[in-house]
Design a protein. Structure first.
Length: 92
């Protein structure tokens, strides 16, 4: 595991830029290792990743949008696993 189940393309998942690309763990903090394990990562340009006001680390709406996509991908890839049990919250 570890490869993204959403997109492996090294371009920004949100804006499509190929510049200043960074790997984003959709569920960070205590869930970062689980994000890596299940492939719940996307590539984001620095601006969509970590710059206010629209970077996912500064914009709750954009963060929740990416998390909802991650949850859908998890459910599709791992139908035998319980997302709520693994990540503790529903983003759909």
């Amino acid at each position: 595991m570890g490869k993204s189940i959403i997109s492996e393309e090294r371009k920004c998942f949100l804006c499509g830029s190929y510049n200043w690309i960074e790997k984003h763990h959709i569920f960070g903090g205590a869930m970062r290792k689980k994000s890596e394990h299940y492939g719940l990562t996307v590539f984001l340009c620095h601006y969509c990743h970590n710059e206010p006001p629209n970077g996912v680390h500064h914009n709750r709406e954009r963060m929740d949008y990416v998390r909802a996509i991650g949850q859908k991908a998890f459910i599709e890839k791992y139908p035998d696993k319980d997302f709520m049990k693994e990540f503790g919250r529903n983003y759909l």
